[in-house]
Design a protein around this ligand. Sequence first.
Ligand SMILES: [Cu+2]
Length: 112
Amino acid sequence: MGIKLGIALGLVGALTLAVAPVQAAPPPVLIVAFTFQPSPVTVPRGQAVTWINLDTAPHTASYPVGCVKKCKWTTPAFGLGGSSAVTIKLRPGTYSYYCKVHPFMVAKLTVT
Ligand SMILES: [Cu+2]
């Protein structure tokens, strides 16, 4: 291998490292039969979680459980086939969130 080629490959390697994501985005949470799947969903702090509704009923994902107007975060209500994303800024830990339309729908989210 020539010196120039070696330098070029080294540069490519450095650039690849520079642009590689530190942590992969979490998988979407599917809302199916009035449940959030998976629960808990794991999300690195600062990343977005996307919820996809596969029910005919409208749902939200809202935090904290029981919040109505003063939620720390919430999606709007969205119906069948709809989706909504929230960037999670909570500190690392495990939290419960819920659906404002169906308060019995409670699930967990783990921030790393
Ligand atoms: Cu709901």
